[in-house]
Design a binder for this molecule. Structure first.
Ligand code: HMG
Ligand code: MG
Length: 298
């Protein structure tokens, strides 16, 4: 059974722009967010309060938040790895944050400079303090299906990391296929693992990168199981600077095209989205990888 309505968690301004070799000017980022809101998206992941040396592309996070004209009914979550990041996010008036854990030991080291176990000690005070301040906290789990250094990742390992983040107080878990290697059978197996561990599918979101062209198929597989929040990126921008084989996210336009066909409501205006991605592609100096953007605006 498919849901009648889903929430698109738009990550273009964060996952998309963190991976661009050029730093995009803050005014362009602000216009991007504004256009995405105009296109009817209601969850816009805006930036990250990570170490500016680790992700220079998002070093302007405070400036971005200061310039952001927040819209009624739109949430602007940001990534926060640690207490220093939380201090900065609170000072910027953020209301929704996301911590981001790794399912594997190697990627925890590469992305967070922590062991798998140490990452929880880093997140715990962030979640506790954020909740006490009335913030909503999402938890990401990266490398849910495969890891460039460790190979295939066992579903049990992902479930165990995810449960720890939920038990800490995260309101939602986003399951990340960071390097885009998953296929639909693995998606079913991982969701089975969470169900067996007592997690409600309402608490789960999916986050697919499109390296092997499977992101949309994997997303629809998850929707058929009852997941109703999907991460995607306008124009298919995206990737992770700490996982070289990571490519762009599922394109929001590809998602909306498929969901329009299925009669599933998203609130998104496909024409405005494609215009926005064509505009951004021009700023970045290369065409959008999204097939739907190419078909509509190529
Ligand atoms: P570290 O070097 O271990 O940091 O990095 P530390 O705790 O040792 O602190 C060292 C210094 O950095 C200190 O300054 C801190 O104050 C400062 P000093 O006292 O020496 O002067 N510092 C900070 N400054 C500003 N903001 C901060 C901050 N934290 C410490 N937040 C750290 C650890 C976690 C900070 C680092 O590894 C980091 O920033 N990593 C972020 C990597 C990242 O953003 N990756 C991309 C996002 S994840 C992703 O894309 C996957 C996802 O899309 C899902 C999927 O696809 O799977 C979400
Ligand atoms: Mg990602």
């Amino acid at each position: 059974d498919l849901p009648s309505r889903i929430t698109i968690w738009e990550v273009g301004a964060r996952d998309g722009l963190q991976n661009e070799s050029a730093v995009v000017p803050v005014e362009v980022k602000l216009e991007f967010l504004d256009r995405l809101a105009d296109a009817g998206l209601t969850t816009l992941e805006a930036t990250s309060f990570v170490h500016p040396k680790w992700v220079p592309q998002l070093a302007d996070a405070a400036e971005l938040l200061a310039g952001l004209k927040k819209r009624e009914g739109v949430r602007y979550p940001v990534l926060v790895p640690n207490e220093r990041g939380l201090d900065r996010a609170l000072a910027a008036g953020v209301e929704h944050i996301a911590i981001f854990g790794s399912a594997t030991e190697t990627f925890a080291g590469k992305n967070l400079n922590r062991t798998l176990d140490e990452q929880f000690a880093m997140f715990e005070p962030v979640v506790t303090r954020a909740r006490a301040e009335g913030l909503d906290v999402r938890g990401y789990v990266s490398m849910c299906f495969g890891d460039p250094w460790e190979g295939p990742v066992a579903a049990d390992q992902v479930v165990s990391v995810g449960k720890r983040l939920l038990d800490m107080g995260c309101s939602q878990l986003s399951l990340g296929d960071t390097i885009g290697v998953a296929t639909t059978g693995q998606v079913d197996a991982l969701l089975d693992g969470f169900i067996a561990a007592g997690t409600s599918l309402d608490a789960l979101a999916v986050h697919f990168h499109d390296t092997y062209g499977q992101a949309l198929a994997n997303t629809v597989a998850a929707l058929r199981r009852g997941v109703s929040t999907v991460d995607s990126s306008a124009g298919g921008l995206g990737g992770c600077p700490y996982a070289e084989s990571a490519t762009g996210n599922l394109a929001t336009e590809d998602l909306v095209w498929a969901l329009n066909g299925l009669g599933i409501e998203t609130g998104a205006d496909l024409g405005k989205l494609a215009d926005t991605s064509a505009w951004m592609a021009q700023r970045l100096g290369r065409p959008s990888p999204s097939r739907v953007v190419q078909a509509l605006r190529g």
